[in-house]
Design a protein around this ligand. Structure first.
Ligand code: AMP
Length: 118
């Protein structure tokens, strides 16, 4: 069973912000911003590659509710879903990072100078 499935099953503790029948929002253990929440489907899906449009539609509503609940709807935030090796995905259970609470930077996403690829 994967790490996030264990969190869903409450075998591993987490700081839950919001929950319904199908989705869970909990605080990232290593926050990269003042607000850093992970939103996951309770039913295991490896990544965005495999998620159905129906699940994604329901998840969109859930994420919008989380964003409103934690008070960053107006100030702004960023949604990130890392996919696979190049995406830097460490936990193979679909999750959206919801980050905000301060003005976010948009640093280079590769170690090399991006211009070197062109
Ligand atoms: P990713 O690199 O997109 O797969 O992100 C995985 C995220 O899960 C990282 O930001 C980790 O800090 C976070 N994480 C790992 N273990 C836990 C945990 N037990 N509780 C909450 N967040 C976790």
């Amino acid at each position: 069973m994967c790490l996030f499935c264990k969190i869903v099953n409450k075998e591993i503790p987490s700081n839950i912000e919001m929950e319904n029948e199908n989705f869970l929002a909990f605080h990232d253990i290593n926050p990269k911003a003042p607000i850093h929440i992970l939103v996951i489907p309770k039913k295991h899906v490896d990544s965005f590659n495999e998620v159905s449009p129906e699940t994604m539609a329901e998840m969109t509503t859930f994420i919008q509710e989380v964003v409103a609940l934690v008070g960053i709807k107006e100030s702004g935030y960023r949604l990130i879903s890392n996919v696979g090796h190049n995406g830097g995905q460490e936990v193979n259970h679909l999750h959206w990072h919801v980050v905000g609470g301060a003005k976010l930077t948009f640093p280079h996403l590769v170690d090399a100078n991006p211009q070197d690829f062109f």
